[in-house]
Design a protein around this ligand. Structure first.
Ligand code: NCD
Ligand code: ZN
Ligand code: ZN
Ligand code: ZN
Length: 361
């Protein structure tokens, strides 16, 4: 068996859940899941029960993470119309500013035009942070609105979890105009449709925000990913417990760190929509680091390029212990991950010590 060595992956969109939702995930289990999936760098999202919307909350998060992480982790800060005064202090310590706009959910959501314009005007707080984007959770017309604001204010925006052909067409047009717009797609929007979320199929385990779309959207996303309109893959790793998913009000979100590489690598081997291994490495390793200004990659991982396997709900490192891709096939089993010269994962075991990961920024 000959192994293949690849540069380690980076995921710009994960919910590590600490502090406040350690029943779903914590800094140790989430970063273990990352290593098992070939990732050595993650960007964490601010939508904790006590959201990351103040300098104090950011410091608390950084201190908690520092003793637990086994791969490198950076943070995004939560935008609200009333925390603009915090931006100057936190800008050096984050990857970007995350804005939850319009019809999503949770305490971080806002959507009035005046409020959104205030956030665009206030970020970045100084020209030296102009490389740090505003990350946008938005769908439909709101995507058009933020692209318009990015152009008017000359701001860098990154659109999270693109799910629809119409949104992709907006991004294509914005890029053709030279606007500073990048975007990501999540594996669940590439490999699943709304039909997979039917009762009797995934049911509540197929509920996420944005929702799963139809096969026309899925085909368009594949085309966008391969042609370059979509800059990168982000898992939007959003673990929730099985009990929560099976409750009367199942929360939105699915885990993704341990399944993304196998799904994409298998698709590249099949040349799905023309995907190549080189393009896979661009969208899963190089582009996230470049767009978010992460340090040069200090990791690599070894796979068995021929081995196909079936995803299951057993043996996962994520605390939620399930995957929406159970029963689907992956390829290229990850045998070893190295970070800064040390073997941090090997044959199903995490070898890195808690706290050996670095805080980015
Ligand atoms: C995310 C979560 O659970 O935190 N859920 C999701 O469905 N994507 C929140 C988010 O990214 O919108
Ligand atoms: Zn989101
Ligand atoms: Zn959401
Ligand atoms: Zn998310």
């Amino acid at each position: 068996m000959s192994l293949l060595t690849l540069p380690s992956l980076a995921d710009p969109h994960v919910h590590l859940r600490e502090p406040g939702s350690e029943n779903k995930e914590d800094f140790f289990t989430g970063t273990c899941a990352a290593l098992a999936g070939g990732y050595t760098a993650l960007l964490d999202m601010p939508n904790n029960p006590q959201p990351t919307i103040s300098q104090l909350a950011l410091e608390e998060k950084r201190n908690l993470a520092a003793t637990k992480i086994v791969c490198d982790v950076g943070f995004n800060f939560g935008a609200l119309p009333d925390n603009l005064a915090e931006y100057a202090a936190i800008a050096p310590k984050v990857a970007g500013l995350k804005a939850y706009l319009g019809e999503t959910h949770g305490p971080l959501v806002f959507g009035g035009l005046t409020e959104i314009m205030e956030v665009f005007a206030a970020w970045p707080p100084a020209p030296e942070y102009a490389g740090k984007p505003i990350l946008i959770h938005a769908e439909g017309q709101m995507v058009a609105a933020v692209i318009g604001l990015a152009a008017l204010y000359d701001r860098k925006i990154h659109i999270c979890h693109l799910s629809k052909k119409s949104e992709l067409n907006l991004v294509r047009a914005a890029k053709a105009r030279g606007f500073k717009v990048t975007c990501e797609v999540a594996p669940h929007h590439l490999f699943l449709t709304y039909e997979d979320a039917a009762p009797g199929s995934l049911g509540p385990y197929g509920k996420m925000s944005p929702a799963l779309q139809n096969s026309t959207d899925v085909d368009a996303l594949w085309q966008g990913l391969v042609e370059g309109s979509i800059d990168m893959v982000a898992t939007d790793h959003a673990p929730h417990t099985c009990a929560e998913k099976e409750s009367d009000k199942p929360p939105f979100g699915v885990p993704g760190l341990e399944t993304a590489f196998g799904l994409l690598y298998r698709a590249a081997c099949q040349q799905r929509s023309g995907l190549t291994v080189a393009r896979l490495l661009e969208v899963m390793a190089y582009a996230p680091r470049r767009v978010f200004g992460l340090p040069p990659n200090a990791g690599e991982f070894e796979i068995d390029p021929k081995e196909e396997y079936t995803f299951t709900n057993t043996g996962l490192f994520t605390k939620c212990a399930w995957t929406p891709f159970a029963g689907m096939k992956g390829r290229g089993r990850i045998r070893q991950v190295r970070l800064r010269g040390a073997v941090v994962f090997e044959d199903g075991q995490v070898l890195a010590a808690p706290g050996s990961g670095k805080i980015l920024f």
